[in-house]
Design a protein around this ligand. Sequence first.
Ligand SMILES: NC(=O)C1=CN([C@@H]2O[C@H](COP(=O)(O)OP(=O)(O)OC[C@H]3O[C@@H](n4cnc5c(N)ncnc54)[C@H](OP(=O)(O)O)[C@@H]3O)[C@@H](O)[C@H]2O)C=CC1
Ligand SMILES: CC(=O)C(=O)O
Ligand SMILES: [Mg+2]
Length: 623
Amino acid sequence: MASLIRPLNISSQTRALSRSTAVASQQIHDPDDPKQVALYKLYRPERVTPAKRGVELLKTPRLNKGMAFSIYERQYLGIHGLLPPAFMTEEQQAYRIMTKLRQQPDNLAKYIQLDGLQDRNEKLFYRVLCDNIKELMPIVYTPTVGLACQKFGFIYRNPKGLYVTINDNSISKIYQILSNWPSTDVKAIVVTDGERILGLGDLGAYGIGIPVGKLALYVALAGMQPDWCLPVLIDVGTDNQELLNDPFYTGLRRKRVRGAEYDALLDNFMKACTKRFGQNCLIQFEDFGNQNAYRLLDRYEKKYCMFNDDIQGTASVVVAGLLACTRVTKKKLSQEKLVFLGAGGAATGVAEMCVRQMQSEGLSEEEACQRIYMMDIDGLITKNRAAHLSDRHKKFAKELPDTKNLLEVVKTVQPGALIGASTVTGAFSEEIIKEMCAINPRPIIFALSNPTSKAECTAEQAYTISNGSVLFASGSPFDNVTINGKLYKPGQGNNAFVFPGVALGAVLFKVSHIDNSLFLLAARKVAESVSEKSLNEYSRIYPRLKDIREISIKIAIEVAKHCYANGTATLYPEPEDKELFIRHQVYDVEYEDLINRTYAWPAKDSMHGFPVPVIRRSSMDEE
Ligand SMILES: NC(=O)C1=CN([C@@H]2O[C@H](COP(=O)(O)OP(=O)(O)OC[C@H]3O[C@@H](n4cnc5c(N)ncnc54)[C@H](OP(=O)(O)O)[C@@H]3O)[C@@H](O)[C@H]2O)C=CC1
Ligand SMILES: CC(=O)C(=O)O
Ligand SMILES: [Mg+2]
């Protein structure tokens, strides 16, 4: 421990470095600028002295600071003597957590430890998550969250969201449930019905882990306030027989309800949310099954402030990756041919956004669709299959023979990019990757299916088989790969680059509807955030994970500009300086002083009166 923690008076620059991701909110504070001070006072989040005291305060995760409570707080708030007499800074607590976490035997144990921390001390949970995002995102999010969902009944300890079931099918009942949630200031809901949890299929009520994980990223990657966020599981049963037989299953033991009753539940849910939390409450749909995802998006997108992350968020992040690739291939997206393995919500959303991007580059819609080839479980989408295709897929149908053979399709089409969102592990075989390399000097291969166990190929396979020429991305993270002494850093093509920023903009500027074109704007922001060094030195076509927080702010600014221009932003007066407005409201992972809760300018380098240790950045957090 002594070698890692050095008590000393460190310069503000060193501290800023060690906390760079955590304090984005304070980066432009200048107490000498009266304009900034005035705006800060106008936009600062409400602060009130907590009504809770004593043990009750220590058991409130949003307020608890453990041994970081100062002597004044301990005495004033009735907790003196309830804690060990020593004091710890937040940094020391974070260090202790990380040390223990790294000693856990596996990722599920790490997930459980972090889950427990979130239940005890919310601010410390986010502090640890923000400071170690590259190391911990695979725990709170894909791939470990998938395993946690599969084992949810067994590892269950505390509820972290709301459950609305088919037995609560009326607006008043759902309103009642929403009213039971302790925060009245909910501004964003992530909801799933658990039918398509990552690529793991129907996990029913165990799917609650996904909204919980997505909302943890709202806070960690965009600085949303935790009490604005509500995870919801809609339980209409499950068709997963294993779960129905599972003694620990936490949901309704019945087959899935479909049809009119299901639709009525969803309608009632949307109305009840709006009634309870207001018409600007954002509702993010997540991991709905193929037959409902697009249908519900079409049904609600013009009526509510909502989006489907798997369709629109994924589309945005994949187009971002493709745009970054154009800087290497020196070909516009509209000059590429693309083959998709999978034609569900994710792949179809991406294909449609590629069409929009190609149109912006001068192609007609028909010409753009001609460049896109899609395969589903029945094979290539061809004109022969037209009678059984949805309208969405008809426009991509090709005058080609039916085939289920991806290699044959790649040989026939000669695509520049191969994109997998199929949940088929290992579908991109050595032969297929070699064929892509024979066609292209820099083939684009995205294995987007989650979790890692479902990826169409691994990073190692893609880089090794292509001898490093591939422009690769995957939905779940892979380790770096070294070939012939050269280091390759696979980017994570995951909607986590997009949904936090879009949500932040939508919530802060009180957007009434999420216009689909926002996602194309977000894609361009993500693409332009990829550095030349990243592209040229490491073939990495996505930004670093630790940059997402700043990217989210950029995306939120784009959302604001676009929504004021098209009249969907309803926050008035329109903030003159949107960036400052955002930065003043994002969540700060530094503990607050609970008794001196004045509206003072936040101290730039508050040391809590104690020596502050320097925490070494995680070795995984390098470039
Ligand atoms: N990286 C990221 O950010 C994201 C990744 N994903 C991942 O993408 C995957 C798919 O998600 P989503 O589109 O929402 O799921 P869907 O269930 O909507 O779609 C899956 C698609 O894969 C097709 N498919 C299944 N088996 C095969 C096969 N053997 N050959 C060809 N196609 C096949 C299905 O065909 P059919 O339609 O005929 O059933 C369907 O079109 C998941 O693993 C998910 O985790 C999703 C969102 C974001
Ligand atoms: C990333 C994501 O949203 C998914 O795999 O479903
Ligand atoms: Mg999803």
